[in-house]
Design a protein around this ligand. Structure first.
Ligand SMILES: *Cc1c(COP(=O)(O)O)cnc(C)c1O
Length: 405
């Protein structure tokens, strides 16, 4: 009983949670738009967006309304019974993308697990059981299940868990020659993030993605775009593939899809979807009515000219601020990414210190992210107010000054 009554503090984390994270030393308790408050009532500007998730800010009225109204109607049915919110959201996704079929899951990891299993199964049943090679990229991130972490291109995340899923090969990102050297008829899929998020906010070149499309067609392999981070308006297009004009065979999305409610989706064609049959794959929660009701409300707001069209003006405002900070303190090299997925690489003398900048920023009242040890990352709400951008950047500049000082 005593422990139940004791105050909940950051120390409680170390007492009860597995030590797989090192969360900041404060606990956020409330959010509204692009502002967040902690247990002590300190206020933060949120440029982290829960890692590119809260694309409409915190507690957007339309999402709150969708959650409340679905919460009073029907929470869960499992996939033994389908549900209206999932079917409505499915229709919207099909109407707005290349997809003819979709399936909902609960996280980016699960969407990718589904996509990779589908690609393997398609090749195995339509071509040959030996057509199983997956080509993926160094520094890629596709999730944390054993299959997805193995397709991801950072051995430090997949080592130490026993024998890895076989027939996965990694080559350098944006290097078409490297792909050509390993591509063959034995390849079932090429898996790529149009913009590597966790790997340092690196956008693919248009020629690279076009070249991958051609190589996949030549070898009857599927092109899989992981748009878990780049999707749902982040780049100013609904999906990054639409900006590039390169259409994948399978696309996964998650993060911003539910605006903070866990939900993910796999998009594909009817032909590829037909490789799966009843029982090939599944999920108890996937396409849950609560998740799909919230995602449906988020979709209706994000997929509008007002929101998508505002992304690049907001990006420019961010970049101007970053350039100003750099002019004063000489901290950033490359400022990169697309839309409101912004990376600012630290100059050589600050390499490895991204987490220090992140913590200093939080201290000054602005939440930011890193993407690896050398890159600061900003993934704010797509509707972040100009006044919030300006105020957050004043605070970020103060944090930079403290470190560079
Ligand atoms: C975040 C992310 C994932 C994993 O999503 P989870 O919801 O954490 O499982 C996969 N791929 C990309 C590109 C991501 O950014």
């Amino acid at each position: 009983m005593a422990t139940e009554q004791a105050a909940i503090t950051r120390a409680t984390f170390d007492e009860v949670i597995l030590p797989i994270y090192a969360p900041a030393d404060f606990i956020p308790v409330k959010g509204k738009g692009s502002r967040v408050w902690d247990q002590q009532g300190k206020e933060y500007v949120d440029f982290a967006g829960g890692i590119a998730v809260t694309a409409l800010g915190h507690c957007h009225p339309a999402l709150v309304e969708a959650l409340k109204s679905q919460g009073e109607t029907l929470w869960h049915t499992s996939n033994v019974f389908t549900n209206e919110p999932a079917l409505k959201l499915g229709r919207k996704l099909v109407a707005s993308t290349f997809a003819e079929r979709v399936v909902f899951m609960n996280s980016g990891t699960e969407a990718n697990e589904t996509a990779f299993k589908l690609a393997r199964h398609y090749a195995s049943t339509r071509h040959s059981p030996y057509k199983s090679k997956i080509i993926a990229f160094n520094n890629a991130f596709h999730g944390r299940s054993f299959f997805t972490v193995s397709v991801g291109g950072q051995a430090k995340y997949s080592d130490g868990f026993g024998p890895k899923p076989a027939d996965i090969i990694h080559v350098p990102f944006n290097d078409l020659h490297a792909v050509k050297a390993v591509m063959d008829d034995h390849t079932c899929a090429v898996v790529v993030e149009p913009i590597q998020g966790e790997g340092g906010v690196l956008a693919a070149t248009p020629e690279f993605l076009k070249g991958l499309r051609e190589l996949c067609d030549e070898h009857q392999a599927l092109l899989v775009f992981d748009e878990v981070q780049s999707g749902m308006g982040r780049t100013g297009s609904l999906f990054a593939y639409q900006y590039y004009g390169v259409t994948p065979d399978i696309l996964t999305s998650a993060k911003a899809l539910g605006g903070g409610f866990p939900v993910s989706v796999v998009l594909t064609t009817e032909e590829i979807a037909s490789a799966f049959h009843v029982g090939s794959h599944g999920s108890t929660y996937g396409g849950n009515p609560l998740a799909c009701a919230v995602a449906g409300a988020a979709f209706d707001i994000i997929n509008t000219p007002e929101v998508l069209g505002g992304v690049n003006a907001k990006r420019e405002r961010f970049v101007k601020h970053l350039q100003k900070i750099d002019a004063e303190f000489d901290v950033f090299g490359d400022v990169r990414g697309m839309g409101l997925l912004i990376g600012a690489e630290l100059k050589p003398q600050y390499k490895g210190r991204a987490r220090d900048f992140l913590h200093a920023a939080a201290h000054e009242g602005v939440m930011v992210l890193n993407a690896g040890p050398d890159v600061m990352r900003f993934a704010p709400s797509l509707v972040v107010e100009d006044a919030d951008i300006d105020e957050g950047m004043v605070r970020f500049a103060a944090a930079v000054k403290k470190i560079v000082g």
